[in-house]
Design a protein around this ligand. Structure first.
Ligand code: GLN
Length: 235
């Protein structure tokens, strides 16, 4: 007689890009943060087995998802039309605008994007923050391409800002506020974009998309979402 074989539960291997506090953080070698805890709680509500985390630079997440190195992206990723052409998204789980951060106590205190003209501005590659710099400043002729400094990770940009190598950084407002708490930087102003974050899944992977949406609804209903929001944002 044939030995009964167990069919392994289908998996969700998740990809993220640490260095984006408080959403994804590497602390003493441990991956944590709002997205990390929220996504694990969501998968626990589904019939999928959590297959662990893989870490990438933000810009490498969509290629990794498409190549099936990961099954989902949990990386404070804004749902955009451009991304929606190549991957699918869950329902939105967080809202954010952009912000501009500068050195705390420094001479440069911009009040609007126009004030960034002629300055050195840092962004993380492939982000909506980079999109704001491209469309609102460079394409408008207010900033030279050479005045944009592109980093693989915002943490490196913050170091460069503290060292005086750049004048400002454009990044998601909740992350700008967190860096302002932790580092020698301050939020100069907020630039409203009305972005919404979603978890990425492969195009036409409607099974995982549906499971994640149902899991998200479940953690909203059972209070876990609110608990994590309080834990990581205090609101
Ligand atoms: N929300 C921004 C984007 O989607 C930044 C995300 C990130 O850097 N992790 O581009």
């Amino acid at each position: 007689t044939a030995t009964p074989t167990e069919t392994p539960a289908p998996q969700i291997v998740a990809g993220t890009a640490p260095g984006f506090p408080p959403f994804e953080i590497k602390e003493d070698g441990e991956l944590t943060g709002f997205d990390v805890e929220l996504f694990e709680a969501i998968v626990a509500e589904t019939e999928y087995e959590f297959g662990g985390w893989r870490e990438f630079e933000f810009d490498a997440l969509i290629p990794a998802l498409r190549d099936e190195r990961i099954d989902a992206i949990a990386a404070a990723m804004t749902i955009t039309d451009e991304r929606d052409q190549v991957i699918d998204f869950s329902d939105p789980y967080y809202s954010a605008d952009q912000s501009v951060i500068v050195l705390e106590g420094g001479d440069f205190v911009p009040e609007s994007l126009d004030d960034l003209s002629g300055r050195m501005v840092g962004v993380q590659e492939g982000t909506t923050g980079e999109g704001v710099v491209d469309t609102q400043l460079i394409e408008e002729g207010k900033l030279q391409e050479s005045n944009k400094r592109v980093y693989g990770n915002y943490t490196l940009a913050v170091q460069d800002l503290e060292n005086g190598n750049i004048d400002a950084i454009v990044l998601d407002q909740p992350v700008g506020a967190t860096f302002a708490d932790q580092r020698d930087v301050t939020v100069a102003f907020v630039y409203e974009t009305g972005e919404r974050y979603g978890f990425g899944v492969r195009q036409n992977d409607s099974a995982r998309q549906q499971a994640i949406n149902d899991g998200l609804a479940a953690v909203r209903d059972n209070g876990t979402y609110e608990e994590l929001r309080n834990e990581w944002f205090g609101s």
